[in-house]
Ligand binder design. Structure first.
Ligand code: ZN
Length: 146
């Protein structure tokens, strides 16, 4: 049973690899991510947070769980600053500047290409989770810390 990796676990700094094949193992991993996201009352989770360096995220800001495999941000418009927390960095909130409106592309569980044009909280969550795939954490936005 996997659980949430907590900073400074080095896996959180790893760079995730594209997921090549959505086989039963990948589906199990995604189910597990969704289960853990809800168990911790999160609104998003990235695979490295359960110790797996593959490019998979799940988000749910209120529309139901959306898993996205190999997500990419194609366009970003505007800028917003807001406080963010992270299940892997408990009890910390950091002001993070994000694109206010973004276009995200990835693939779904049926290996279909999906695109989301989103703004507000959902755009923020997408960007936060995609940062995890690059080994980036909210604390990297603290002044004087790298
Ligand atoms: Zn996070």
């Amino acid at each position: 049973m996997s659980d949430i990796r907590i900073y400074p676990d080095p896996i959180l700094r790893g760079k995730s690899l594209p997921l090549k094949e959505i086989d039963s193992k990948a589906r199990e991993m995604i189910d597990e991510m969704i289960r853990i996201m809800y168990a911790y009352k999160g609104i998003g989770l990235a695979a490295p947070q359960i110790g797996i360096l593959f490019r998979v995220i799940v988000v749910d800001t209120e529309q139901g769980s959306i898993p996205i495999i190999n997500p990419e941000i194609l366009e970003s418009d505007g800028e917003d600053t807001a406080e963010e927390g992270c299940l892997s960095v408990p009890e910390v909130s950091v002001n993070v500047i994000r694109g206010s409106k973004i276009l995200v592309r990835g693939i779904d569980l049926n290996e279909k290409e999906i695109e989301f044009e989103v703004s507000g909280l959902l755009a923020r969550v997408f960007q936060h989770e995609i940062d995890h795939l690059e080994g980036k954490l909210i604390i990297d936005n603290l002044p004087g810390l790298k």
